[in-house]
Design a protein around this ligand. Structure first.
Ligand SMILES: CC(C)(COP(=O)(O)OP(=O)(O)OC[C@H]1O[C@@H](n2cnc3c(N)ncnc32)[C@H](O)[C@@H]1OP(=O)(O)O)[C@@H](O)C(=O)NCCC(=O)NCCS
Length: 164
C-alpha cells in the first residue's frame, strides 16, 4: 500500500459526533454509563486518526480519564476529536466531551481524554504516517503539550517493562 506522506492540517481530520443518551446507555441512576462514554470517545478518536493517516489504526493507549459531571438520560452528548501530535507511526488524539440539556441548551464539560493510535500496514505492523501541520496558536500549543505527554507516557511504559 503506497502511503501519502504529504503533511496534513489539523482541521482536515477533526471530528464532531453527537449522540443522544438512550435507556440502553444508562446505569441504574439513569445517568450515562461510563463505559459507553469511553466507547464513544474511542470511536470519535479512531475516526480522527484514520482521517489523518488514511490507514487502519488501533488504539495503543488511553491516558487517565476523569468523568467531571453526570449526564442524564435524554441529554445530548457531543464529542470533538482533534489530532494533537504525530510521531512516526503514532498520533495523539484529544477528545472533549460535552453534555447538553436539551430543554435549556446548557452545556456541561463531561470529560476530556488523550488517546494514542498507531497506523498499521497490510502486515499489521506500524506504518509511517503523514506529519501534522499545526497552523493556529491553539494547534501549536496542543502539539507542544502532546509532545511532553508522549515523553512521559513512553517513559512510564519503559519503567513498567523494566520492572517485569
Ligand atoms: C499499538 C501496537 C501496534 C504497538 O506495537 P509495538 O510493537 O509496540 O510498536 P512500536 O514499538 O514499533 O511502536 C509503534 C508506535 O507506537 C507507540 N506506542 C507503542 N506503545 C505505546 C503505548 N503504550 N502508548 C503510546 N504509544 C505507544 C510508539 O511510541 C511508536 O510511535 P512512533 O512510531 O510515533 O514513534 C501494539 O502494541 C498493538 O497491536 N496493540 C494492540 C492494539 C489493539 O488491538 N487495540 C485495540 C484495543 S485492544
Amino acid at each position: 500500500m503506497a502511503v501519502n506522506l504529504t503533511p496534513q492540517p489539523v482541521r482536515a481530520s477533526q471530528v464532531t459526533m453527537t449522540e443522544m443518551v438512550l435507556p440502553q446507555h444508562t446505569n441504574s441512576f439513569h445517568n450515562v454509563f461510563g463505559g459507553q462514554v469511553m466507547a464513544w470517545i474511542d470511536i470519535c478518536a479512531a475516526i480522527a486518526a484514520q482521517r489523518h493517516s488514511r490507514m487502519p489504526c488501533v488504539t495503543a493507549s488511553v491516558d487517565a480519564l476523569q468523568f467531571l459531571a453526570p449526564v442524564k438520560r435524554g441529554w445530548f452528548i457531543t464529542l470533538r476529536a482533534s489530532v494533537n501530535y504525530v510521531g512516526k507511526t503514532s498520533m495523539e488524539i484529544g477528545v472533549k466531551v460535552e453534555a447538553e440539556n436539551p430543554l435549556t441548551g446548557e452545556l456541561h464539560h463531561t470529560a476530556s481524554a488523550y488517546l494514542t493510535f498507531v497506523a498499521l500496514d497490510e502486515n499489521n505492523t506500524p506504518s509511517v504516517i503523514p506529519p501534522l501541520l499545526a497552523e493556529t496558536d491553539t494547534e501549536k500549543r496542543r502539539y507542544k503539550h502532546a509532545e511532553i505527554r508522549r515523553k512521559n507516557r513512553l517513559a512510564l511504559k519503559d519503567q513498567t517493562n523494566a520492572a517485569t
